[in-house]
Ligand binder design. Structure first.
Ligand code: ADP
Length: 792
């Protein structure tokens, strides 16, 4: 892009702090006596390059319009010489009777007189409009493109250069031939400079380094926000900031100093010129979009529409029209951009007044942009020397603050969304808890009483009916528990209770629990336990049991010939850790290939006939997968239809150092419960009735308290061997009552009776000083064993 548009464009983006710094630089520059060329001669005899390493070749140069002249040609000329300011664009001005139009060609000449022969000098040439040849003392030095007398014979090219002079005399006779037949501007807008080789080269390197750092950091900022947009919440302002950064990153290397042309020297001029303009329009439009989405209420929609319309029109012009046309729009567009920027600044002030999120940071950030751009403008106007460090700091700060704003808003929105989701999950979970409690209380009574009736010598004709009643009630119970468990898992509200677990015993217990079912179906059920697995590991035993129970339950359910094998194999182990592979294999009906992934979804079954034939809710595998997901473990499935299925996963455990307490089964036979005194704390009369029937059957004396308060009173006057404590009760609940009893120093074992399957009940129960818990409706054997264990 030409000098004006770049500068003005940056101006839009950047004004204030630069004013101050620029002023300092300007005063400094004016403080020195700087030689200027007069009548084609720049006298540098008083100039010492070791003190001031570079000087611009500025002032009156000899000027020959529409002529390409060599040194000899010029020397042989008799007519009077014509002079013109350099650098100066060909702006339809008149020199020596000629009209100097942007389109044309000319020879410029300057004689530089040095104080001595200074061989270590270099010359730096910016990009000129739009091609040039440079000769010094009659020798060709360098060129950009090709100069000619028409559009066909000239070839534009822009690559700022620094060349060694290897001076052998104290006079430099500079001939500069410039041609322009393509661009809307002709001639030169920037200074040539001579200076010591080291100085000019280091300036050059610094410029390129700045451009590259700027370009690549903007590119990666853009990429980063793009990824954030893509994988995170699809927030528009993030997308637009990303696009703005990406397009602007091109401008850091593809405009002004054209570092890109050093990297890719043969890149076609027309391509880079079009890219330079298009990226300017795109970055401006995306910046407007970005600001609009940041502060929608404060930004006018009309302004956004006008910016978009203008941007799109100019992009189309830049794509399809020749440079002599589209390069005309840079300067007016820069003015539009400048005004837009002032307007956007005003919207930020409004946003700050309304305390919008991140608006103060937006103000600070745009202040930096203002400062940087003002510096650029001042430099363009020639009031101050451009200082690239200032561009660099200004733009870096601008992007830095904008990134902070986006991040701040992003995390804030994420936090709000998270809170909203948590609230929703909480109310859903509360609702389910409440409903399930309501359903479970009568259901407990149904199951409890059915159990009792079955065990109490029922009439011959009633046995089958009672079994069906028991099956249906239990099925309903499993369904409620599954739904509750799933909703809890889905809300991510599960905490794993890591305890010392005897893994061999856990596996054996699960197998034992399913043995009768397997025998009933006439299939085998085997445990294959790798002896190299250490017996005691640290894990959440309940959750692991739940997974294996689900998998084995399914395997048995869907197998009618052959059988089921549970294998636990050691994969790796060290002193402290062991990785175990769990496999549940069956020789059942198998799962069709196309259903293998969907069966892990909630309420999904391989075929619609499954429920009719086998029952089930379609939640077991969803729960299993979720429990494993929460521990970053993948469950795998290999299955062939009508041959069988294999579900497997590998989990790593810490090896436990703790000795395991004797288990329930070990104490089972030692204690007789007859004549023991149990206090049953329960408010629901049906539950009282069910529990009492079993307890009385085991010849236990039962005393009943209706709530926690009554339980405290009763324990003060009577001695009990065990307390069965309901948790949810009026007046005083089971938790408070247990805490109170423990505070009073009561040592009697307390077993909680909970209607909740929520596993976090466990923690709460233990922290209130209770010894164990049992979920209602209790399995009579389970209740019997737990009571025995506590009394032993
Ligand atoms: P449910 O067993 O309650 O229907 P699950 O989520 O446990 O729900 O299982 C989902 C479906 O996956 C089952 O309905 C069944 O179609 C299929 N499935 C699961 N395990 C097996 C297995 N071992 N063999 C055949 N099909 C299975």
């Amino acid at each position: 892009m030409n000098r004006i548009s770049t500068s003005s464009f940056k101006f839009f983006f950047t004004l204030p702090f630069v004013l101050i710094i620029s002023l300092g630089v300007t005063i400094n520059a004016f403080g020195k006596e700087i030689p200027i060329a007069k009548k084609g001669i720049l006298d540098l005899r008083g100039w010492n390059f070791s003190e001031q390493p570079a000087i611009n070749l500025e002032g009156e140069w000899e000027f020959y319009w529409k002529e390409y002249l060599s040194l000899e040609d010029i020397e042989s000329r008799q007519e009077s010489k014509v002079y013109r300011q350099f650098p100066k664009l060909w702006q339809n001005d008149s020199v020596g009777g000629n009209l100097i139009t942007p389109e044309g060609y000319a020879t410029h000449r300057l004689k530089v007189i040095l104080s001595s022969i200074t061989p270590e000098l270099s010359i730096s040439i910016p990009q000129l409009y739009s091609s040039y040849f440079l000769f010094i003392n009659g020798d060709f030095v360098t060129s950009n493109g090709h100069v000619g007398v028409s559009k066909e014979t000239s070839l534009p090219h822009w690559q700022p250069q620094t060349n060694d002079l290897r001076v052998t005399s104290d006079t430099l006779d500079i001939i500069l031939q410039i041609a322009n037949f393509r661009h809307s501007k002709g001639g030169a807008s920037k200074n040539l400079a001579i200076g010591t080789k080291d100085f000019l080269q280091s300036v050059n390197k610094r410029t390129q380094a700045f451009d590259l750092i700027m370009g690549s950091s903007l590119f990666f900022i853009g990429l980063f926000f793009m990824v954030l947009y893509w994988f995170g919440r699809h927030e528009k302002q993030i997308l637009y900031f990303s696009l703005f950064s990406l397009f602007y990153s091109y401008r850091s290397i593809g405009s002004d100093t054209y570092t890109l042309h050093y990297l890719v020297p043969d890149i076609p001029w027309i391509l880079t010129l079009r890219l330079e303009y298009i990226t300017m329009y795109l970055s401006a439009v995306f910046f407007v979009f970005y600001s609009y989405h940041l502060y929608k209420a404060e930004t006018s929609r009309l302004f956004v529409k006008v910016s978009l319309g203008l941007g799109v029109t100019l992009i189309i012009i830049s794509l399809f029209f020749p440079p002599s046309v589209f390069t005309n729009f840079a300067t007016p567009y820069s003015i539009y951009v400048l005004l837009s920027f002032i307007y956007l600044f005003y919207t930020y002030v409004l946003a700050t007044a309304y305390h919008r999120i991140g608006s103060k940071l937006s103000l600070v950030s745009t202040l930096f942009l203002f400062l940087t751009i003002s510096h650029t403008i001042l430099a363009y106007l020639g009031i101050t020397e451009p200082v690239r460090t200032l561009y660099f700091i200004g733009f870096q700060q601008f992007f830095f603050f904008q990134s902070i704003i986006l991040f701040y808003r992003y995390t804030l929105n994420l936090e709000l969304a998270k809170k909203k989701a948590e609230r929703a999950a909480q109310s859903r979970s509360d609702f389910l808890s409440m409903i399930s409690h309501e359903i479970r209380t009568p259901l407990n009574a149904v199951i409890g009483l059915t159990n009792y009736l079955i065990s109490d010598k029922p009439k011959e004709g009633h046995v089958e009916d009672l079994r069906t009643l028991k099956f249906s009630a239990e099925h309903l119970h499993v369904l409620i528990n599954d739904v509750l468990d799933y909703s809890k898992l889905d809300a991510g509200k599960i905490e794993f209770e890591m305890r010392d677990v005897n893994i061999r015993q856990l596996a054996e217990n699960i197998i034992r629990a399913f043995e009768s079912k397997a025998i009933e179906k006439g299939i085998y059920l085997k445990l294959n336990f790798d002896d190299k697995i250490p017996n005691r590991i640290i894990t959440d035993g309940l959750r692991l049991s739940q997974i294996l129970t689900n998998l084995i339950g399914n395997a048995i359910k869907f197998t009618s010939t052959g059988g089921v094998t549970l294998s636990l194999l050691r994969v790796t182990s060290s002193m402290r850790k062991v990785a175990i592979k769990f496999l549940v294999e069956d020789t059942g009906i198998g799962i069709p290939k196309d259903k293998q992934s969907s069966i892990f979804d909630s309420f999904s079954q391989a075929s619609s006939s499954t429920t009719r034939e086998f029952g089930g809710t379609g939640l077991g595998l969803a729960i299993t997968k979720r429990i494993l997901d929460l521990q970053n473990i993948k469950i795998n499935l290999f299955s062939q239809e009508s041959k069988g299925s294999r579900f497997y996963f590998t989990q790593a455990f810490e090896i436990s150092e703790i000795q395991v307490l004797p288990s329930a089964t070990e104490v089972e036979e030692k204690v007789d419960l007859a004549g023991k005194n149990v206090l049953l704390v329960e408010d629901n009369p049906v539950n009282v009735m069910v529990a009492k029937r079993f307890l009385s059957k085991w010849k236990i004396n039962v005393d009943v308290a209706e709530n926690g308060r009554e339980a405290i009173e009763k324990t003060a006057s009577s001695k009990y061997d065990l307390i069965l404590m309901d948790l949810q009760m009026p007046v005083m609940d089971g938790y408070d009552a247990s805490s109170e009893l423990r505070k009073q120093g009561l040592k009697t074992p307390i077993v909680a009776l909970t209607a909740s399957v929520m596993l976090d009940v466990g923690d709460k129960v233990f922290s209130c000083g209770m010894n164990d818990y049992i979920t209602k409706p209790f399995d009579p054997d389970d209740l019997y064993n737990k009571i025995k264990l506590q009394m032993g």
